[in-house]
Design a protein around this ligand. Structure first.
Ligand SMILES: C[S@@+](CC[C@H](N)C(=O)[O-])C[C@H]1O[C@@H](n2cnc3c(N)ncnc32)[C@H](O)[C@@H]1O
Length: 202
């Protein structure tokens, strides 16, 4: 197999992202890798994404990447139960001069919030919250994605057959939801802790 370390180190982040990573480190909050961020921005841009949902705001690292790829008037809806992280994410967005109206931060449990989002209204859904809840997130993502929209699930490395246990079971269950749905075209991408992306038919 080719050594692809360079893939994770090839992306250079701007000052706003580096500052957000500083906040993440201070608070002990996990954040996506630069390569995962660059892919999210690419997907948002190719989709012309105006409406994006994220589960797992953290301190806003993935949010900044998503916003970078979205249309200039696009709105990111991002959900996280940790109030302190979301306050830090607000700082990350403000420091990057993101207009307040471009982000909708919802402090709460994604399991309770996702069912309240509209059907077929979003071009991109990024799932980076509680891995054990991935199956329930994916069910909602399938519903809220517009035709042609893409769901991206983080921590898909548990699909490796050598992984066992509740997390691996949850990720497999989530993957099967899109794999068994004829409307979806799934692919596993070895970036970060593994990504599963699936595009909904137009
Ligand atoms: C991997 S971090 C998100 C990182 C963020 N996407 C980024 O890259 O900047 C996972 C997030 O899930 C949130 N979380 C914790 N418990 C949760 C739960 N029970 N349900 C959903 N999210 C949870 C955490 O607060 C944390 O912000």
């Amino acid at each position: 197999m080719t050594d692809n370390t360079y893939v994770e180190t090839a992306i250079v982040e701007d000052d706003a992202l580096l500052a957000a990573r500083g906040r993440a480190e201070e608070l002990g909050a996990p954040a996506i890798s630069p390569a995962v961020g660059a892919l999210l921005a690419l997907l948002a841009r190719t989709a012309g994404a105006k409406s994006v949902v994220e589960v797992g705001t953290g301190v806003g690292v993935s949010g900044l990447w998503l916003l970078a790829g979205m249309t200039d008037d696009g709105v990111l809806t991002t959900i996280d139960p940790e109030y302190e992280y979301q306050q830090a994410a607000r700082d990350s967005f403000a420091a990057a001069d993101i207009p307040v109206g471009r982000t909708r931060l919802i402090n709460g449990s994604p399991i309770e919030v996702l069912p309240r989002l509209a059907d077929a209204a979003y071009e991109l859904v990024f799932l980076d919250g509680e891995v054990l809840d991935h199956p329930r997130y994916v069910v909602e993502a399938v519903r809220i994605l517009r035709p042609g929209g893409v769901v991206v699930l983080h921590h898909a490395d548990a699909l490796d057959p050598s992984h066992t246990g509740p997390i691996a079971d949850a990720v497999r269950e989530a993957a099967l939801i899109v794999a068994d749905d004829d409307r979806f075209l799934p692919v596993v991408i070895p970036l970060g802790t593994g990504l599963l992306a699936a595009a909904k038919a137009r």
